[in-house]
Each structure stands twice: as structure tokens, then as C-alpha cells.
Design a protein around this ligand. Sequence first.
Ligand SMILES: [Ca+2]
Ligand SMILES: [Ca+2]
Ligand SMILES: [Ca+2]
Ligand SMILES: [Ca+2]
Length: 317
Amino acid sequence: MEKKFKKRALMVICALFLLSCGETTKVQEPSSAPSSVPISAAPSPATVRHDFNGDGIADILVGAVGDDDGGTDAGAAYIFYGSTSLASSIDASLANVKLIGEDIGDQFGFSVSGVGDVNDDGISDILVGAPLDDDGAAADAGAAYIFYGSTSLASSIGASLANVKLIGGAANDLFGNSISGAGDVNKDGISDILVGARENDDGGANSGVAYIFYGSATLASSINASLANVKLIGEAAGDRFGISVSGAGDVNKDGISDILVGAALNDDGAAADAGAAYIFYGSTSLASSIGASLANVKLIGEDASDNFGFSVSGGGP
Ligand SMILES: [Ca+2]
Ligand SMILES: [Ca+2]
Ligand SMILES: [Ca+2]
Ligand SMILES: [Ca+2]
């Protein structure tokens, strides 16, 4: 166990080192940076946030990218229900629900988040990313899975049984490397979701993108990234826009939820890889494609290689 921990710590150090090596260095693959997952709270219209089994108590999610139940490194995510009598130590085998990755090497669970009630049935839902999933255009396009919360979730659920599978648009996009609830960014009364694909090339090689999918009572069971409601596109090659995403709450107090996207290798600060983070205000009339240069607010890293924006989180709904 200690050996495993040391290995993990070494991986994190290596990951941080790689990230600071500039645009010519590829950002670490998910396999070497499980600890970089931004775990962020998402706004939810429900009275109790992230209550996945509808008992009025908040629940939690934990990812395990190296779990082998679905094949080597298929990955898994665990749901533990909140309770007034949680034990001081709980083995993962005692989780209330285990969600299991589909295929070898998917790294399902690289990112996990409660996302509010995206299908408008009154119960909070669950989003899990698998950035090395290969079901999209080609290898490592990535995927993210929505599981609807329920008073009767099974104790073990394969990802192929997810209610909705969101599928990356192009090879090596790493769609699902970051995910989050978005709050209700289009103000239609239903929670929306965010999915980052930090190595998408639409704004230049590895500029990265972040997608907004609007919640709906009639989501299809499989949705390609090309059908996202809004696509936010990184400014410049190598920015890794979408390395982190989060609902931001309503930061400009106009009554609509806003969102936050990090781009840890953006170069607009003092020097290379200072990093940046962008705030996009929610609106009833968001364009379907928005370049990051049109963000409402750009937060800019201080010094070279700061990697500002590596993680982001909102302060509340
Ligand atoms: Ca609960
Ligand atoms: Ca729901
Ligand atoms: Ca909405
Ligand atoms: Ca707002």
C-alpha cells in the first residue's frame, strides 16, 4: 500500500514537472495525473446538493482510474451515500454504488462530479469522465457518462448502462479530462453540464475546448461532442483550455449561472505557461461557438510557468 502511494506521489511530481515544460512538451496523459482531477461542487436547484439517492442527505463520488473490474485500467467511480452515522473508516468495497468503466484503458473516473438535476426528475445526477475512451472518432477521443440519480440505484452499474454517453469529437481530444455541473447557464430551469477536452485542436494544436450540454428531460442516450449546445474554444495552440472546468455560480448577479474554464498553458501572462482562466456569463442566448478571446472576464497568471488555471472552482450556486 505504501509502495503504491509512493508511486502515486512520484507520478504527481512527474506530472507537475511535465506541465511546466512549455508547449513543446505534451501535457501528461491522464494515466500519470489522477490527482489533478478538479473535484468541484456544482450548483443544483435541489434543496440538498448532490443527493443522488433522494434521501435528503448529500452524497459523494470518488474516482479510481486504475480499477480493473472492467478490464485493465478501465477505471471505476464509487458513490457513498451521506448518513448521520458514517463510520470513521470505510473500505471502498462497502460503497453504496460502484460504477465500472467499459473498456481496457478508458480511465473512467479520471473526473467525477455531481451535476445537479440534468433530466429534471427531481433527483441530482452524476457525471463521470473517461478521457481515454476510444468510442469517438478514434483513440483517446474520450467520453463522459451521465447516470441519473434514483432512489433505487443498483450496487454495481457498468458504464455501458449509463443513461447518457457523451462522446469526444476527435482522436486524442481527451474529452472528459475535466467535467462539472454548470448550474443553469441558459436559464431554462434545468441544470446543465460542462466537459473539457484539453487536447482538442480547433483553436490550434492542443488549444483545447470546453463544451456545454444543456440539461433536458429528453436527452438522447448517446450524444457526440459535435452536438453540444455550446462549444468554447481555446485561444492559442498549446493553451490546454479546458484542463479544468467548473460552474461558477452567479458571479455577476444577473440571475443566471456562469462558468469558469482554466487554460494552464496560456502565454498571455508575464511569460510562457503563466496560464489563464476565463469566466463566461450564462445567458438565454449563448452562441453555439464562442472563442475564449470573447470571454466576459479573463484572469491571467502572474509569472512564467505558473500554470494558473490548472484547477478552478466556483464559490456556489
Ligand atoms: Ca443521499
Ligand atoms: Ca435527475
Ligand atoms: Ca439549463
Ligand atoms: Ca450570471
